[in-house]
Design a protein around this ligand. Structure first.
Ligand code: UD1
Length: 419
């Protein structure tokens, strides 16, 4: 890509990756012959892989455009293919759902984005509290139970995945499960909404206490996945980094409150209107004293790298503190190759971003999904040519990034490695 062009125009945001993935686990709970019809499904590689896993378990799936129809009556297996499992950490939610459906599950320890240690202890403790017996052997985890039994669970940290996994496991448990210190992300509310529409009895999602009253049967549903607030935030950052004027369509503005507030503080004008957000950025952004990532409703860790690319060219020095993951600054070295002046403290938690007048294009490599998005944003703002490799990371979470950016006026294209 060649940077330096101001982005202008309208972009439509697709369905949320972090909603559709647990929803695709939730569909496994449907023992009836009914269909589950999902709309606003994003065509990203994580969803493609999840569909492969579901099919390998016996689900029947048709996927056309953004619509997906799934039947899970004839599931044949409770063991998730190791190769697919290792490619995507999100498969961990399958554990709760498969255990609830079959009384047993076998998965290999999950892989996924290389951002810190990402343990799964909270998932496993939650399932054990519900009565699952666990055995770890040869890199596999086996869990079994006769019927899970509802109980009170307190999470040490409001883990998104652990909250979702426990919700899924508890849907068919006997009695009531209460998750305290639950994660409050909008994607958890989305999971509650689809499960309730399928016949589950869940309340409290979006607060730190979720109650699940066990039921014995779920049924089919038609459900529209919420828009992806992280993809929306990425386009907001791209607009901010290029002094652009961009309108996002199909967004839920209040899911982005923390992001909107930080960008306003940096001098960006933002107008919210029903399902649209308009971003009008000045040529030069102000530095931000602090950006601290936190569980929702705090500033999302998934936009920490993208906002760093914006602040790399701000007037003054910004401090970014990463509180959610322990190794999420892999983009810093690449941004510095592009002329940024960013220092990470020795505990790997804080980045000090000294704003520079200009970034310069370079060959860089996307180390993970959101860091890859951050490099795209930096490339859009940089002078000259930037080449990014490691696009497989970006494909995990962005449907049409280069085409949508090109429509907004960016000089960007995807090339194969031998071009
Ligand atoms: C989800 C999102 C991811 C986002 C993250 C935080 C999906 C598919 N992915 O990931 O995009 O960056 O939330 O908003 O929804 N932890 C433990 N033990 C556990 C589980 C988590 O210590 O058993 C720690 C993690 O190492 C991390 C923190 O808790 O430091 C947050 O992780 P978690 O909220 O679980 O993130 P994910 O569900 O993996």
């Amino acid at each position: 890509m060649h940077g330096g062009r101001r982005l202008e125009g309208v972009v439509r945001i697709g369905g949320a990756k972090n909603s559709i993935l647990p929803i695709l686990a939730a569909v496994l709970l449907n023992k009836s012959t009914d269909e589950i019809v999902l709309t606003n499904v994003p065509r990203i590689s994580d969803v493609v892989k999840m569909v492969q896993i579901l099919r390998s378990l016996g689900a029947e799936i048709t996927w056309s455009g953004t619509d997906m129809v799934i039947t899970t009556y004839n599931l044949s297996g409770f063991a998730v293919d190791e190769k697919l499992m290792r490619e995507m950490r999100s498969t961990i939610f399958l554990m709760g759902a498969i255990l609830a459906r079959f009384g047993q599950v076998c998965i290999s320890h999950p892989g996924g984005c290389a951002i810190g240690q990402r343990p799964i202890d909270l998932h496993l403790k939650g399932l054990m509290a519900l009565g699952a017996q666990l055995r770890e052997q040869h890199g596999y985890i086996y869990a079994s139970c006769s019927r899970l039994i509802g109980t009170d669970i307190h999470l040490d940290f409001p883990s998104v995945g652990a909250t979702e996994n426990i919700m899924l496991a508890a849907v068919y448990a006997r009695g009531t499960t209460v998750i305290n210190n639950a994660a409050k992300e909008p994607e958890i509310v989305d999971l509650q909404n689809i499960l309730n529409k399928m016949g589950a009895k869940i309340c409290g999602a979006g607060t730190d206490q979720i109650k699940i009253v066990g039921v014995s049967q779920l049924h089919g549903v038609e459900y529209n996945v919420i828009p992806d607030r992280i993809v929306a935030g990425t386009y907001m950052m791209a607009a901010a980094a290029t002094g652009g004027d961009v309108t996002l369509e199909n967004v839920i503005p209040n899911h982005l409150d923390a992001v909107i507030s930080k960008l306003r503080e940096a001098g960006v004008q933002i107008r919210e209107e029903n399902d649209r957000i308009r971003i009008q950025a000045p040529e030069q952004i102000n530095a931000l004293e602090y950006v601290r990532t936190l569980p929702y409703p705090g500033f999302p860790t998934d936009l920490q790298a993208p906002i760093m690319s914006v602040l790399a060219r701000a007037q003054g020095t910004s401090i970014i503190v990463e509180n959610v993951f322990d190794s999420r600054f892999k983009h810093v070295g690449e941004l510095n190759r592009m002329g940024a002046q960013i220092i990470v403290t020795s505990d790997n938690r804080t980045a000090v971003v000294h704003g520079v007048k200009r970034l310069t294009g370079a060959s860089v490599s996307a180390p993970d999904l959101r860091a890859g998005a951050a490099l795209v944003i930096a490339g859009l703002a940089a002078e000259g040519k930037t080449t990014i490799d490691g696009l497989e990371h970006i494909n995990r979470g962005y449907e049409n990034l280069e085409n949508d950016l090109a429509k907004l006026g960016a000089d960007i294209k995807r090339i194969s490695s031998d071009d």
